[in-house]
Design a protein around this ligand. Structure first.
Ligand code: KG4
Ligand code: ZN
Length: 390
């Protein structure tokens, strides 16, 4: 067996939302997972304020990178690559991470890998349960996305089978928490209240589960409205709202639909294991129900520990390390921050990759891109499109 020191040592930077995450991995081994969160600064607004998040990333970036390197017991010059979330996410927040990654990669003479946030949420499980089986069925549930994805290779092939047609699962948790005056973010607090509630107390609707509905699509908007109306009716009648029962019944409706559809997708596609990733995968009931249903269906469940489900830098490093291990093309210095990077693009290879020691450098890549006639002003958009369709 190869010496583990032969495996790629990669630092990953995540700034797509409100967590400044920096992770260090060697192959599929987690060495460090440093996080600085600006969540408390957003709480009073009831949601993430993009400008506040960007500024917090800027302040936290260098100290968090230094903390991660120290925790990993490595020096920056040992790294085999720098990976960064190139999208999707908040444009300004992404830009801070992408700029920092470019600066470190350039200064250190290391290859840069712009990777997809959603594919990273799947790949992180390699740090917990070893190499992902191929193909992998993944249920990705976060604050911005709810999708069923089938991947034969997490660095190059991610196929969406279905997705939410309205709210993401995490968004529904956040909105219901707001209606219940439980604060932000909603997921963890609803999870806590639900533990003491009766999940069968109220029969909330299960969206898109009729025989003629799209089998792998999700809808949480009807559920959200139904819960809000139920609460309003109680309040209007001057009755107390049983917060724990509402939380438990709402959470059950979400977990029921997600697990039912994920198990069905595994069965239909003949895949005998299921991976669940993204912030909502930290939910205790979703984890328990998925375990129960997977066991009954003979499906092996893979869910990372809760800290690796919510946004973090280790997941970005994990996907970056897989890119290096599979010899995927590095990104170039034109790497854009693409707020709507599609899930089908696990990474953003450059047209002029900078490979240290093999000639070609950032300056010439930039000069050549400009020579191709990109006006600097819509450059980010152009480059993103080129990368998407090339
Ligand atoms: O993946 P993530 O950290 O950020 C995005 O990429 O969106 O996901 C954040 C979402 C939030 O909506 C948060 O409320 C939800 O994940 N979340 C949870 C739990 N922990 C975080 N939802 C349900 N139960 C939890 N324990
Ligand atoms: Zn995320």
């Amino acid at each position: 067996m190869a010496d583990s020191r032969d495996e790629p040592l990669v630092l990953g930077i995540e700034t797509s939302c409100d967590e400044t995450g920096v992770g260090v991995v060697r192959g599929t081994t987690l060495l460090a997972d440093a996080i600085a969160s600006s969540v408390d600064e957003h709480a009073r607004f009831g949601g993430v304020v993009p400008e506040v998040a960007s500024r917090a990333h800027l302040e936290a970036m260098v100290p968090t990178i230094e903390r991660a390197l120290k925790e990993a017991g490595v020096v920056a010059s040992d790294l085999d690559g720098i990976a960064v979330t190139a999208g999707p996410g908040l444009a300004g927040a992404l830009l801070v991470g992408v700029s920092a990654a470019k600066a470190y990669a350039y200064a250190l003479g290391k290859p840069l890998y712009g990777v997809n946030h959603l594919a990273s949420h799947i790949c992180v499980d390699q740090l917990e349960h070893g190499a992902l089986p191929e193909p992998t069925m993944a249920l990705l549930v976060s604050g911005g996305h709810s999708s069923l994805l089938l991947s034969t290779d997490i660095t190059s092939d991610v196929r969406p089978l279905g997705a939410t047609i309205d709210d993401a699962a995490g968004e529904a948790f956040d909105k219901i928490a707001r209606v219940l005056n439980l604060g932000f973010p909603g997921g963890p607090v609803i999870d806590r209240y639900a533990r003491e509630g009766d999940r069968e107390a109220i029969a909330f609707p299960r969206g898109l589960t009729g025989p003629r509905d799209a089998p792998y699509d999700f809808s949480f908007s009807g559920l959200k409205t139904a819960v809000a109306r139920w609460i309003e009716a109680r309040r209007a009648a001057g009755e107390e709202v049983p917060v724990r029962d509402v939380a438990a019944s709402f959470q059950e409706a979400v977990a029921d639909v997600l697990t039912r559809k994920a198990v069905r997708a595994c069965r239909d596609e003949g895949v005998d294991h299921l991976m669940i990733g993204g912030g909502v995968a930290a939910n205790s009931r979703l984890r328990a129900l998925a375990q129960e249903r997977c066991e009954a269906a003979g499906i092996r469940l893979r869910v990372p520990r809760p800290k690796l489900c919510t946004d973090n830098g280790a997941m970005v490093a994990a996907l970056g390390a897989e890119m290096v291990a599979r010899d995927r093309a590095a990104s170039d210095w034109e790497l854009p921050a693409d707020s709507s990077l599609p899930v089908t693009d696990p990474h953003v290879p450059g047209r002029h990759p900078h490979v240290p020691g093999q000639g070609g450098d950032g300056a010439s890549a930039t000069a050549s891109a400009h020579a191709h006639g990109h006006a600097s002003h819509d450059h980010v958009h152009e480059t993103a499109k080129d990368n998407l369709y090339s």
